[in-house]
Design a protein around this ligand. Sequence first.
Ligand SMILES: [Mg+2]
Length: 187
Amino acid sequence: MRKHIVAIDMDDTICHLVPKAIHYHNLQFPDRQLTMDQMISFDMTKIWHPECNEDLFFGRPGLYEELEIFDEHTVEEVRKIAQDHDVIIVTAARPSSVPEKWTWLQRWMPFIPFENFFVAKRKTLLNFDLLIDDGPHNLLPAKEAGRLTIGIPRPWNAPIQKQFLMRDSWQGMSELVNRLLAERSPR
Ligand SMILES: [Mg+2]
């Protein structure tokens, strides 16, 4: 009997990427101060400074190692989920950030083994039962494929928040995961 596979995103799901990227953008471009409220799309080309680009915003060396944990419940709740289920961490990482992301994961969640660390942009190709993610481009296809989902509410997913079960804290996440999986398909 296989365990349920629970796929968990990294950026802005278990850590805070966009706030830190905004922080460095605003230091570099003091005349264009971005705020989280403006982040209503993954296409930030129209709002960041004209001299900013993907590499500057998301590719700053060391950025992914210094990201803050999502909240004080995140580590313990992921640990609990991993005790009952097959947790895979799935991140659409740029290749240069993969070592930094693995370092971050080892620091905060050393109980996640290397073989459960997936770098993947097309997440629905993976055979997970439940996805925890903030990206509409991941939540929508997962739902269409009949997978269970829990969304993390962020400004960029505001238009789809009513269609999904959303949680803005990791408090109680393991209980919620257990309940959803039990309701769907008891094994
Ligand atoms: Mg994300």
